[in-house]
Design a protein around this ligand. Sequence first.
Ligand SMILES: CC(C)(COP(=O)(O)OP(=O)(O)OC[C@H]1O[C@@H](n2cnc3c(N)ncnc32)[C@H](O)[C@@H]1OP(=O)(O)O)[C@@H](O)C(=O)NCCC(=O)NCCS
Length: 392
Amino acid sequence: MEEAVFIDGVRTPNGRAHREKGWFRKLRPDELLTVVYQAIFDRNKKVKPGDIDAVLVGCANISGMQNDIGRLAWLASGLPDSVPSNTMTNQCPSGMSATMHAARAIMTGQADIMLAAGVEDMEKVPMAANMDFPPRLLKYYNGADLPMGPTAEKVAEMSNISREDMDNFAVWSNKKAAEARNAGKFKNEIIPVLGVNDNGEEYLVEHDQWIRDKIDIDKMKTMTSPYKPNGRVTAATSSPLTQGAACLLLMSRGKADELGLEYHYKFNYGVLAGCDPTVMGIGPIPAVRKLFEKTGLTKDDIGPVELNEAFASQALACIRDLRLDNDNAPFKRVNVWGGAIALGHPLGQSGARLIVTLLNIMKADFPNEKYGLASLCGAFGNAAACLIEKAK
Ligand SMILES: CC(C)(COP(=O)(O)OP(=O)(O)OC[C@H]1O[C@@H](n2cnc3c(N)ncnc32)[C@H](O)[C@@H]1OP(=O)(O)O)[C@@H](O)C(=O)NCCC(=O)NCCS
C-alpha cells in the first residue's frame, strides 16, 4: 500500500451567507473555489496543474451555481481541461469524503497527486435548494423531523443536553476561535479574499466573519428556539449560514520525495457511517466507533480532535458518548481553535476545512502527538471520520 501524505491545505475565510451583510456577497461559490485552487499552485510551484490526477470536490447542494462546481470552477480558472474532476455529495461530510477518496486513490496506487476540496455558499444555493424528497421516504420517517433544526432539538432531548451547557459551549467556541485568530493561528490556512465590507466598499477579508468577539450572555439567555416552541436550541448554539471553500493537496510519499516536497502528516484511515436521520447529529458516534474498531486504536491514542459543531447539542452528545474530552467546555483537545458555531459551517466545505485545521493544530499545538481525528455529521444521517497520522 502506498502512503498518502498531505503537502498543503488552504481555505478561504468563512463569510456570512447573507445578501446584504456577507463580506463575500458579491462572489460566487465557484470564485471561492478558484481562490483555493490557485493558492495551492501559488504555494507549491513544483506542482503543475496538469500533473494533478483528479480534483474531487465535496458540496452538499449540487444545484444551480453549485452544479458540477468542481469541474466548472476548474475550467473557469483557466486550468487544464485534461484534468478530470468529480463533484460529490453526501451532505456535510462531502469535503471529508472527497479527501478520503483522494487519499485512497493514492494509497491503492491509482494516482500520484490529487486535489480534494469542499465548497458551499448557503446564500446563493440555500440549504435543501431544489430538494424533492421521495414520497416513499414518508413511510419510514415523518418529513417534519428531517430538517436540521428539529434534529438538533431531538438530540438535545434524547441526550439530556441542557440549554445552559449549550450556551456555555457556544461561548467557549467563540472564545477559542477569537483567541486562535488573534494569535495568528489561522494564518497558514486562510487565503485572504477581496470582498466587500458592510458599506459595500472593497475589503480584503483575512479572517472568518462569524466569530463573535463580545458575546452578550444576557441576550443569549433570552434567545428562543427557531425550530420548536419552547425548544432549547437557538441561533447562538447553531452553526450559522456560511460561505467558504477549502482545498488539500495530497501526494504519494514517493512522488513527494521525488519532487523534494516537505510533509508532516499522512492520511491513515477514513470511514463513512450512517444513523437515524431524525438525530443526524449523533453521526460521529458510529463513525468514530467504527474507525476505532477498524484501526484497533482507542480515544487514548488520539491527540487533537476536530469535531464539527453543526449544533452545540449534537457536538456535546458526541463528545460525551465517545468520552473524547470533558463533559462540558472548556475542552483540552476538542476544537481547541474553536468550531463551526464560531467559524461558520459552509456545509460541503467543512469536512475539508476540519482536516486543514487539524493539520495546522497538530503541527502548532500538538507536535508530539502521533494521531489526530476529524469527524462530522450530515443531513439524513450521513457521517464521516478520518484519522491523520504523523508521517515521520
Ligand atoms: C439558526 C438560524 C436559523 C438563525 O438564522 P438567522 O435568524 O438568520 O440568524 P442570525 O444568525 O442572524 O442570528 C439571529 C439573532 O441571534 C443573534 N445571535 C446569534 N448568536 C448570538 C450570540 N452568541 N449571542 C448573542 N446573540 C446572538 C444575532 O445577533 C441575531 O440577532 P439580531 O437580529 O438582533 O442581530 C440559522 O443560522 C441556521 O439555520 N443555522 C443552522 C444551519 C444548519 O442547519 N446547518 C447544517 C447543520 S448540519
